[in-house]
Design a protein around this ligand. Structure first.
Ligand code: DGL
Length: 267
């Protein structure tokens, strides 16, 4: 049976568990806001899918969240933002849709040697939106773009200490170290969960930039302007994949209590 719509809430989604890094940052800034999260784990990773496929998934999930009362939608996925945020905004003009994108601007500002790395999915790096971001913000820096194939899927499926996962981190991060980047923007919300391993693989003197807190601050501004405070602070998580995996991941990494739908979401 479908869950009845709740009061207004912030709806957040990602291809899987990666967007929980953004959800966690939103909760730090908005401890009382009602939150709903959809992990599209049955269709992850998005990064190696076509733009049409990702747009279709984003529209289905956003429609579900709107049906649950979301008045703010957070596309907590760089890949889905890159290809689907404009169609979402066109379809729901009255909704506030906040996306995420690699922190190219802060990375460029922080770089001393003018060599900036970006770790992201292939679909993000190939997108027009990302190319426009680089054209606007690179400010003459040499950009080193690392398509981290396999990394989001490994974070989705494996223990975060799994040697296969750590080996992938090592391979992608060392390519950027060897290219000479002194700052690396994390352009996929999944990567936050292995940021310590990425830092270790990059080695001393290379900074990483994660935009989760900046996105959460933007969501907080939008939410306060729209709704004000005071609603019931519940948080409900749903997945199109394995609910137990989502529950385990959330218990380990979210840092606050959330209700997890037992049945997989069929969209
Ligand atoms: N977490 C996602 C992102 O920020 C998607 C990764 C994927 O599904 O490939 O890009």
């Amino acid at each position: 049976m479908a869950t009845p719509p709740s009061d207004n809430c912030i709806g957040v989604f990602d291809s899987g568990v990666g967007g929980l890094s953004v959800l966690r940052a939103i909760r730090w800034q908005l401890p009382l806001a009602p939150l709903r999260y959809v992990a599209d784990s049955a269709h992850a990773p998005y990064g190696e899918r076509s733009a049409d496929f990702i747009r279709d998934r984003a529209e289905r999930i956003a429609a579900h969240l709107v049906g649950q009362g979301a008045t703010v939608i957070v596309v907590a996925c760089n890949t889905a933002t890159a290809v689907a945020i404009d169609p979402l905004r066109r379809r729901w003009p009255g909704l506030s849709v906040v996306g995420v994108e690699p922190g190219v601007r802060p990375a460029v500002a922080a770089s001393l040697n003018r060599h900036v790395g970006v770790m992201a999915t292939d679909a993000t790096l190939r997108s027009e939106r990302f190319r426009a971001l680089v054209a606007r913000e690179a400010d003459g820096c040499t950009m080193h773009l690392q398509a981290c194939n396999g990394l989001a899927a490994a974070i989705e499926q494996r223990d975060l200490n799994d040697p296969v996962l750590l080996d992938l981190v090592q391979r992608h991060a060392s390519a950027l170290r060897e290219a000479g980047a002194d700052v690396v923007a994390l352009g996929c919300t999944h990567y936050t969960f292995v940021s310590t391993a990425i830092e270790e693989s990059l080695g001393a003197g290379i900074r990483i930039i994660d935009t989760a807190n900046a996105i959460a601050a933007q969501v907080a501004r939008v939410w306060k302007a729209k709704e004000g405070a005071g609603a019931e602070p519940r948080c409900r998580l749903e997945t199109t994949g394995d609910s137990r995996r989502l529950a385990q991941f959330a218990a380990r990494w979210l840092g606050f209590d959330a209700e997890i739908a037992a049945r997989p979401l069929s969209l």
